[in-house]
Design a protein around this ligand. Structure first.
Ligand code: KG4
Ligand code: ZN
Length: 348
């Protein structure tokens, strides 16, 4: 097996990664940070029926999907296992059973083929998705991570280290999108449905934005509750709830909070770049509001493609590539690697 320093010194690096932390089984092959293939098998249609992800069903489907997805990614990339220099896998945070499928499969593969295996924190992967879209992006910059499980503002110091500036004190923003969608009887996953509905609505519903101790902290639970109360009160009064207006008002309130925090952080730390990451980053309204706010202040907003905002394996391979090039080897796994349902936010 290549040692970490041999890996680091290798001129060209081909990495195969697997991601299975929630309801997407994904595999990607990257060569020197460029995508050769990226395959995602999504279980959305299966979980839609239940209004959310059912962990046990997700695990079973990962078991069925992981091997075909890996085969397809190799085929599309036109490479064989022999040409892979290192493997990578998401080991946390996420659904334990779902993670375990990817971790066990990749441990088997890497150690049978005697190749290094990188253990990757899912959230670090989301941030790394930005380098796939824009290889010229260079730290330091402000990272705004908005997913189904996390909402945080970080200062990205260099390619492998971050400083936490603030985050949600209760629900994650994606969770709030999904819960509000449910109250409006929109299907799972709620984020894209809210976005679609909001396009046809206007911001006529008053949504109070809570005050937080720091400009980089958020609270989404109160916003979610005011939407729920608004809908219930209207229903009790026999008034018509215009879903599109509620969706537009909610999306706008949440977006303003996120954009304000990121722009304030960039100003405070004298940084010119803001990079968005995570599933909610696929939201077109948030993307355009962030771009506008940045332009107004002489800042630059960066976005992963919409496909690499939501869960995928290309971002996991990219994070492994950054670890190989700029890291110290602490992301290399041995046979004791285990999946972790929860993981400190920025831990390697
Ligand atoms: O990053 P991700 O794929 O999985 C996690 O790591 O959590 O994020 C999933 C979240 C879900 O809550 C989903 O509703 C939200 O991202 N999402 C969106 C959009 N697309 C996905 N939220 C708002 N607008 C979207 N277009
Ligand atoms: Zn994610």
């Amino acid at each position: 097996m290549l040692t970490f320093s041999e890996l680091k010194e290798k001129e060209s690096l081909t990495i195969l990664a697997v991601e299975s932390s929630c309801d997407e089984t994904a595999c990607a092959v990257l060569r020197d940070g460029a995508i050769l293939s990226s395959v995602i098998s999504t279980q959305i249609a299966i979980h839609k029926e239940y209004g959310g992800v059912v962990p046990e069903i997700a695990s079973r489907n990962h078991v069925l999907n992981v091997e075909p997805v890996v085969r397809e990614a190799l085929e599309k990339a036109g490479v064989s296992f022999k040409e892979i220099d290192a493997f990578a896998v998401t080991y946390g945070a996420g659904l334990l059973g779902a993670l375990l499928v990817g971790v066990s499969y990749m441990k088997g593969l890497a150690f049978a083929l005697d190749k290094p295996l990188f253990k990757i924190n899912h959230i670090r992967g989301h941030i790394a998705a930005n380098y796939l879209a824009d290889p010229s992006l260079k730290p330091p910059y402000i990272g705004l991570i908005v997913s189904g499980g996390h909402t945080v503002v970080v200062r990205v110091e260099d390619y492998t280290s971050f400083t936490y500036l603030g985050g949600t004190m209760d629900d994650a923003v994606g969770e709030a999108f999904d819960k509000v969608a449910r109250v409006l009887s929109l299907p799972y996953p709620g984020g894209p449905e809210i976005e679609k509905a909001a396009k046809k609505g206007s911001c006529t519903v008053y949504i109070p934005v809570p005050k937080t101790p720091s400009p980089y902290d958020f609270s989404f639970s109160g916003i979610k509750t005011s939407v729920i109360n608004y809908v219930h009160t209207a229903e009790q009064r026999g008034e018509n709830v215009v879903k599109e207006d509620v969706a537009a008002s909610f999306q706008s309130a949440v977006t303003e909070m996120l954009v304000k925090a990121a722009v304030t952080a960039a100003k405070e730390y004298g940084l010119k770049d803001i990079a968005l990451a995570g599933g909610v980053g696929a939201n077109g309204f948030l993307r355009s509001r962030l771009a506008e706010a940045c332009e107004k202040r002489g800042l630059k907003a960066h976005f992963p493609t919409k496909e690499t905002c939501t869960d995928n394996a290309a971002m996991i391979a990219m994070e492994a590539y950054l670890q190989a090039r700029y890291g110290t080897g602490d992301c290399l796994a041995d046979e004791t690697l285990d999946a972790k349902a929860s993981l400190p936010l920025l831990k390697k």
